[in-house]
Design a protein around this ligand. Structure first.
Ligand SMILES: [Zn+2]
Length: 240
């Protein structure tokens, strides 16, 4: 669970990137591994939900929040059908100016040139109960940009929300900082832009409390052994 500064308690948050048969261990899991992880959560009495729903639910022992960064096309092709099979939903953080294009924010071959969901897929997932959150317009590092070009950084936060809301015709209330980059000013803009919660990439620690605009998570890649995934799920089920 996540304990907030205001005393409230939230379900724990898992954080994924890609789900694809040929994915490298560093950036994702195969559909087989993903399915067995989701089945395991279900077998433990946990259900997977969106960040917005998880903020409302007073059920941190029965729920975990599932999040996916960047909006990869493979989330649409592989992750969403598996989630629907087990009755779960998730939040997918999309880069609003890159929909339907290839990733262009990294030179690392594992991350470069990967297909992202187009408008149709994003709209379709939203209509199927998945939450679409903002991950800025261009996947910029707000930790750096809010210092070097504050106006542009502000636009990345405000305009990505407007663009996604125009596309979906519904409020976009969740935000996620690319690379986990943030400053106090950037967090303030995320609040001002009207988001209600935001996820960082810091790892959740026991005994620590968190701001709801800097929520911690547990990253999952192909490098996480199954026993460790199972261990987290059992702890959450116990309300830890
Ligand atoms: Zn990202």
């Amino acid at each position: 669970m996540i304990r907030l500064d205001d005393g409230n308690v939230l379900p724990s948050i898992l954080y994924y990137h890609r789900v694809s048969p040929d994915v490298s261990f560093d950036v994702g899991v195969t559909p087989e591994v993903f399915r067995s992880q989701m089945m395991f959560l279900k077998s433990q009495g946990l259900s997977g939900t969106t960040l917005a729903e998880g903020m409302k639910a007073n059920s941190h022992k029965e729920t975990c929040i599932l999040t996916f960064d960047d909006g990869y096309l493979d989330n649409y092709e592989h992750a969403a059908p598996i989630l629907e099979e087990v009755g779960f939903r998730a939040t997918i953080f999309c880069v609003s100016d890159r929909l339907g294009r290839l990733t262009d924010w990294s030179e690392d071959p594992d991350w470069k040139g990967i297909p992202l969901m187009a408008e149709e897929e994003v709209r379709d997932l939203s209509s199927r109960g998945f939450e679409i959150g903002s991950h800025t317009r261009t996947h910029c590092d707000l930790g750096a940009l809010s210092r070097t070009d504050p106006l542009q950084a502000r636009r990345e936060i405000f305009d990505s929300r407007m663009e996604l809301e125009d596309l979906l015709g519904k409020p976009v209330t969740s935000f996620c900082y690319p690379y986990g980059g943030w400053t106090e000013t950037a967090v303030q803009w995320v609040r001002e832009a009207g988001y209600r919660q935001a996820r960082s990439v810091q790892h959740a620690r026991w005994g620590k409390t968190y701001d709801m605009y800097l929520l911690p998570c547990r990253p999952v890649s192909g490098k996480m052994p199954f026993w460790r995934f199972g261990w987290y799920a059992r702890l959450w089920r116990l309300g830890l």
